[in-house]
Design a protein around this ligand. Structure first.
Ligand SMILES: [Zn+2]
Ligand SMILES: [Zn+2]
Length: 485
């Protein structure tokens, strides 16, 4: 049932618009963007071939989002230089209203047009800036960027010419509120505000899959473009980057392009990728391993991060440094009290004094990652610490992310993942996870002795094998990394 129809000005094929809010449609025969106006149908130009971005939904799907009926009418593919991502144009309540949905970091972001709000000029915006959008309330800017619309599919609520650049800022509010300030191509000074919320993945159910125009073969593997190896898919169609366990290449899954080469991992991570575990009644799967490092006072430190996923709550991290295991969760930056920065940060009724500032660089990745990670990606980290709890701010690539972490005993990690409590994950880690220096004297001495023996053995090994490729400022062993602190 079409609200408008005609023929494609480019190829003559029939064009039908399903809902009144649709202004343009990508012709499914010739890929021209066809725009409807008073003058009839106009050809805005041909879009590039749509990239097969891993996705949980597709154009034509319908279902419910937080109990509300939706239908996916179209999608645009945007790119700010690291590979494309999708945003979906959906109608709600059987065409009564419309909005955009996008999947990011394990959650759905749902917005709809919110007219009548003044916004700051694009050039004056910066991450963590507070803005007010009238009755929608206060928001905090998390990201200020520009992206190119590289392709599109299906119906669209605006006449978007292929290749158009879009300037935007993403903002979070309290209680999962979310807003995008869309400055379009910056010509003419126009803008639009889209407001909505962040919604758990489990709130979205596809009840009817549409006729999918991009061939989407459901596979149980991701093929590594470097070695051709088939890596078992652990995270459905959510991951965007892969660290191949066979050859070590880091690839963009959508583009099927290698973005970095790294050596094969020399040891098995303490928590195997693919391991499933339960914490506080939530089931997680370990989908990736990452090693990050930092230089401090002339020394190099590295630590290990394990990425866990649960559809109900999204992503969590388990981090192992030379002292402890730490459980880490994302914090909505809108909920952080920033008045005391840079000396203090507040969250959830607590004040955290600054502990250190550092740069963190991605040194190694293995498994499936939900963001466009690359080896060498660097972020500036501020750690605010109170006891064994840490509030961290990471800034890099035009974005700011906050997280909260607290120590977790290895015994709890081991039990959750059904790993050997005497296994390598617990080596050199205090049982209670309260820190290296607080241990019993005897225990500490025995650990130091073991460490010295291992260091000697490794030095002998490295001298004889000609170098394992790791920096001399630290030694990698048994799944743990001990920096020269
Ligand atoms: Zn056509
Ligand atoms: Zn490979």
């Amino acid at each position: 049932m079409a609200v408008a129809s005609g023929t494609c000005p480019s190829c003559g094929a029939p064009i039908e618009f399903g809902v009144g809010s649709s202004i343009a449609k990508v012709c499914e025969y010739c890929q021209a963007t066809v725009c409807r106006s008073d003058r009839g149908l106009e050809n805005l130009g041909k879009v590039a071939e749509i990239a097969n971005v891993p996705s949980l939904i597709a154009v034509g799907d319908s279902g419910t989002l937080s109990g509300r009926a939706f239908t996916v009418m179209g999608r645009v593919q945007l790119d700010h230089g690291a590979g494309p991502w999708d945003e979906y144009y959906v109608t709600f309540d059987h065409g009564a209203t419309w909005g955009w949905i996008a999947y990011a970091e394990g959650q759905w972001i749902v917005t709809s047009l919110a007219p009548g709000h003044a916004v700051p000029a694009y050039g004056s915006l910066a991450p963590e800036q507070d803005i007010t959008l009238g009755e929608l309330g206060s928001f905090r800017v998390s990201e200020v960027r520009q992206a190119t619309i590289v392709s599109a599919e299906g119906e669209l609520p605006a006449a978007v010419p292929p290749g158009a650049v879009r300037y935007y800022a993403d903002c979070f509010g309290i209680n999962n509120a979310y807003a995008t300030l869309d400055y379009g191509d910056m010509e003419g000074g126009g803008y639009e505000v889209f407001a909505g919320s962040v919604i758990a993945e489990t709130e979205l159910q596809v009840t009817q899959a549409g006729p999918r125009s991009t061939e989407r073969i459901k596979t149980k593997h991701i093929q590594c473009p470097n070695c051709g190896g088939e890596v078992p898919k652990l995270n459905g169609d959510r991951a965007t980057r892969l660290g191949c366990p066979y050859c070590g290449a880091v690839s963009d899954i959508t583009l099927q392009q290698v973005v970095a080469q790294q050596e094969k991992l020399m040891t098995t991570p303490d928590i195997p990728i693919g391991a499933t575990g339960s914490f506080d009644g939530v089931n997680y799967i370990c989908i990736a391993y990452m090693r990050r490092g930092s230089d401090y006072d002339g020394d190099h430190f590295s630590w290990e991060e394990y990425l866990l996923f649960s559809a109900g709550i999204g992503y969590r991290w388990l981090v192992k440094d030379e002292k402890s295991w730490v459980w880490s969760l994302p914090v909505n930056l809108a909920e952080v009290d920033m008045q005391g920065l840079p000396q203090h940060a507040g969250w959830s009724g607590k004040k955290y004094p600054i502990r250190n500032r550092s740069d963190a660089t991605i040194e190694y990745v293995l498994g499936e990652l939900y963001w466009k990670a690359a080896i060498g990606d660097r972020s500036q980290v501020l750690d605010f610490q109170k006891g064994v709890e840490t509030l961290s701010r990471e800034a890099g690539g035009g974005e700011v992310r906050w997280s909260y972490s607290a120590n977790v005993p290895w015994a709890v990690v081991a039990e959750g993942f059904q790993l050997d409590v005497d296994g390598p994950g617990g080596e050199f880690i205090q049982a209670a996870g309260t820190g290296w220096n607080e241990g019993e004297d005897g225990e500490l001495v025995s650990q130091v002795v073991v460490l010295i023996i291992i260091l000697v053995l490794l030095l002998v090994c490295c001298n004889s094998c000609g170098g394992c490729g790791y920096r001399s400022s630290g030694v990698y062993f048994g799944g743990g990394y001990y920096g020269g602190k």
